[in-house]
Design a binder for this molecule. Sequence first.
Ligand SMILES: O=C(O)[C@H](CCc1ccccc1)CC1(C(=O)N[C@@H](Cc2c[nH]c3ccccc23)C(=O)O)CCCC1
Ligand SMILES: [Ca+2]
Ligand SMILES: [Zn+2]
Length: 305
Amino acid sequence: VTDAATTGRGTGVNGDTKTLNTYFSNGTYYLYDTTKPMSGGVIQTATAQNRSTLPGVYSTDADNAWTASNQRADVDAHYYAGVVYDYYYNTHNRNSYDNRGASITSTVHYQTNYNNAFWNGSQMVYGDGDGTTFAPLSGALDVVAHEITHAVTERTAGLQYQNQSGALNESMSDVFGYFLDPNDWLLGEDVYTPKVSGDGLRSLSNPESYGQPSTMSNYVNTTSDNGGVHINSGIPNKAAYYTISSIGKAQAEKIYYRALTTYLTPTSNFSNAKSALLQAASDLYGSNSSTYNAVKSAWDRVGVN
Ligand SMILES: O=C(O)[C@H](CCc1ccccc1)CC1(C(=O)N[C@@H](Cc2c[nH]c3ccccc23)C(=O)O)CCCC1
Ligand SMILES: [Ca+2]
Ligand SMILES: [Zn+2]
């Protein structure tokens, strides 16, 4: 038997070439990455073959050159999951979303023209988009980071996915999406409206440009979207923008990770988040530090006391 970890080459959603950690077994290559220190866990990518059954079947290739157009979503889901794994391991010393080396499973080609993506409690799932609203959603590193961060949040703070705790849950995923893709303040720009350049699904710097509030005074009370979790996330997102702009990404990601994994709880609201981030800033940099004051100022500016 000649099973072996192999290195492949692939084309991503946006036509870019990337190197892939693949696996060769019994004459076929798989999107199955055994190279991470996951003590048995792997990063693995499958296709739903445009149906709804999960996880579907492993993505395979005959020659380890993953360059077919219908493989682009598979390539990016696999590659970006590895990038996000590396980020949490190298930056925060966290071994996968459970901190115990759990396998990271992604399924692409979910349904037909599906304009969304999600973490279903066990794995990531990506639609191909309809080509107008979205390109295949695994083509954006910040989207992949957003989904994996839902898994981290689930295993740590456990922020309930409704109302203010839900908007915080959403914001944490958007903020770590920024930390993975700090080239812009947009989320999903690499897959959102592929025929239009410069736009995104949401903006941390200017939530209003995509219909989100950025101050507590404009909090939206609604029953839809689990109490507006994708709407009211604009408020903590704007606070994160102020914080990162003031203290920089390096300090901000330490504070956010510590607040998420140490202080936030399932029912934390925006005010609790301010306290959690201030406590994290105090722990890491002192309560008289400019860092601490920047966090306080950010949340004051969005009207959270
Ligand atoms: O992870 C999440 O928060 C979103 C999960 C959405 C979902 C939840 C449960 C079952 C199916 C889908 C997915 C993303 C999201 O923010 N979706 C928003 C915006 C959105 C995307 N596609 C849409 C299509 C229609 C309406 C809204 C949307 C939403 O579902 O609200 C995150 C990054 C990109 C897509
Ligand atoms: Ca982005
Ligand atoms: Zn989300």
